[in-house]
Design a protein around this ligand. Structure first.
Ligand SMILES: Cc1cc2nc3c(=O)[nH]c(=O)nc-3n(C[C@H](O)[C@H](O)[C@H](O)COP(=O)(O)OP(=O)(O)OC[C@H]3O[C@@H](n4cnc5c(N)ncnc54)[C@H](O)[C@@H]3O)c2cc1C
Length: 490
């Protein structure tokens, strides 16, 4: 559906009438605050911003958009790294940051009902005095919202053992792109009918706006033990990772950093990682104290057998925090050793880690580009940081070529173009490298069932806008939108 300027002004007039001027931001300077998410390379000033207080505000905004054929985009905390919350210049940005109530924390039944803007870590802070927490833990957990976690199916260091957000949500309230308020899933663990919740988690705001979520709470473990193992090479650290998993141990986390990432973290937060390490592993075990003690000894032995020259065991919470501080600060710390960098996100089978890491290094060397690696080794979820100086002629292009080459490697090895940061605006063009046209058409058919007019976060996830009136199926010849110059096929 085409968007006209009068469409947007019609929406603004309706929204000001329904919500009041203070919730509808039209001032250009104030709209500019929302021009990007965590992927600041892409910027678009939204047509108008709505600060939602409740589900009725969201429904009013979406209904007005539906009536006028105007696109809308949901925004949680704006920490996404793939441009998922990138606004539409002629559309409405619906902001969740004022919907931060934990409506119910039912620890006896291990669940909570939260509004979408609730900050991930706030739910853990609210429930940990009773012995519970919210397990999905993105590194952005102190700022990202649970609505954003649901939309991105976010993971984190501990999803090796505890799974991604999808394993911790049993229901959502959703405003569909037509403006209906519906309940998908619920408090029961396995409702009958199609698993629409499965389709919704990770749909990146393309199927509507989540206005509340029912999430699982996890019992705090009796014991947590953390170690730092230092190796001369990435190969040795990769071999230790495989040996730990092969031994049947399921750590809560296995994180790996290479020499460049260690150098950056050391310079930024002085985490005291062993000198001369070519790679470090952070391994965390949790669970009943007796189990953790036995498995911990196994992990130490396996790390040493794989060539660890130092294994440092955290003696208390302070030492544990220092080990994690190095890992968690690594992304930001890279800013100290390079003016610019691209955070890539791809997945490979864990067994391919040593080979792919070598291939990434070769790719960087042949392009004259430095790549730092800091990632979730246990899941095979890579986050190579491709360093460049934007002021140097041609540096951006070289860095982007290396970042794209890394995704090729992930696909060659049977992996994925994104592990946890989502497709968004950034990787939509890569989707056909992973999926056939028929695969994408099937996804598009689901999307069109929710959003026949294509107004819910358009331009994200799917490589080309496809009209919902069209029957799903492979297109013969040039797409009409390509021919008319409206859309590009990647
Ligand atoms: C330093 C840093 C570290 C990070 N570490 C991790 C990590 O370890 N693991 C990981 O998975 N991610 C990580 N991320 C990415 C990001 O934090 C997550 O994707 C997070 O879930 C986004 O939440 P948000 O509230 O900021 O969402 P936003 O960025 O605001 O939005 C993300 C997407 O969700 C949609 N959306 C938001 N709210 C709703 C809603 N209520 N209904 C429907 N759609 C909605 C938006 O339209 C957009 O498509 C990191 C980001 C940063 C900056």
């Amino acid at each position: 559906m085409g968007v006209s300027e009068s469409g947007l002004s019609g929406v603004v007039a309706e929204l000001v009438g329904a919500l009041g001027v203070e919730r509808v931001i039209t001032d250009r300077q104030r709209r500019r605050t929302y021009e990007c998410d965590g992927l600041a390379a892409y910027r678009v000033i939204p047509g108008v911003v709505v600060l939602a207080r409740d589900a009725d505000d969201i429904a009013a905004a979406v209904r007005a958009c539906a009536r006028h054929g105007v696109p809308f985009v949901a925004r949680g905390s704006g920490t996404g790294l793939s441009g998922g919350a990138l606004p539409h210049a002629e559309g409405v940005l619906v902001v969740m940051s004022q919907m931060r109530a934990i409506r119910e924390a039912d620890v006896a039944n291990q669940r909570a009902v939260v509004e979408p803007g609730v900050i991930n870590l706030h739910l853990t802070a609210a429930t940990s005095p009773d012995g519970y927490y919210f397990a999905p833990d993105p590194s952005s957990q102190s700022v990202c919202s649970i609505g954003g976690n649901v939309a991105e199916n976010s993971g984190g260091a501990h999803c090796l053992k505890y799974g991604f957000t999808t394993n911790h949500v049993t229901g959502v309230d959703l405003v569909t792109p037509g403006g209906e308020l519906v309940e998908i899933g619920g408090k029961a663990p396995d409702p009958p009918g199609y698993d629409l919740l499965g389709a919704l988690v990770g749909s990146e705001g393309t199927l509507g706006i989540v206005t509340a979520a029912t999430v699982r709470l996890t019992r705090l473990p009796q014991e947590v033990r953390t170690l730092l193992a230092a190796f001369r090479t990435m190969d040795d650290a990769g071999a230790a990772t495989s040996a730990i998993i092969a031994a049947g141990v399921v750590p809560a986390a296995i994180e790996m950093m290479d020499a460049l990432a260690i150098e950056a973290a050391e310079a930024a937060v002085h985490c005291g990682y062993p000198a001369g390490a070519g790679a470090v592993l952070v391994v965390e075990l949790d669970g009943p104290a007796a189990d953790v003690a036995g498995e911990f000894d196994d992990v130490v032995r396996l790390c040493e057998a794989a060539g660890a020259f130092e294994v440092r065991v955290a003696a208390d919470d302070d030492e544990r925090a220092l080990i994690w501080k190095g890992r968690k600060s690594a992304f930001a710390a890279v800013g100290r050793i390079s003016p610019d960098y691209i955070v890539q996100d791809g997945v490979i089978p864990r067994t391919a880690l040593p080979l792919v890491l070598r291939q990434i290094a070769e790719l960087g060397e042949s392009a004259g580009v430095r790549v730092a690696n800091v990632f979730h080794a246990g899941d095979g979820n890579l986050h190579p940081l491709v360093l460049f100086d934007g002021a140097v002629e041609g540096a951006v292009d070289r860095a982007e070529a290396v970042a794209g080459g890394i995704l090729d490697l992930c696909l060659e090895h049977g992996g994925s173009i994104t592990g946890e940061h989502g497709v968004g605006a950034d990787k939509a063009k890569h989707m056909p490298r992973m999926f056939t046209a028929d695969d994408l058409d099937t996804m598009q058919a689901v999307r069109c069932a929710f959003d026949p007019d294509g107004i819910s976060n358009p331009g994200k996830v799917f490589p080309t806008p496809r009209l919902c009136g069209e029957r799903p199926g492979r297109h013969q010849g040039a797409h009409p939108l390509t021919e008319s110059g409206v859309a590009e096929v990647f």
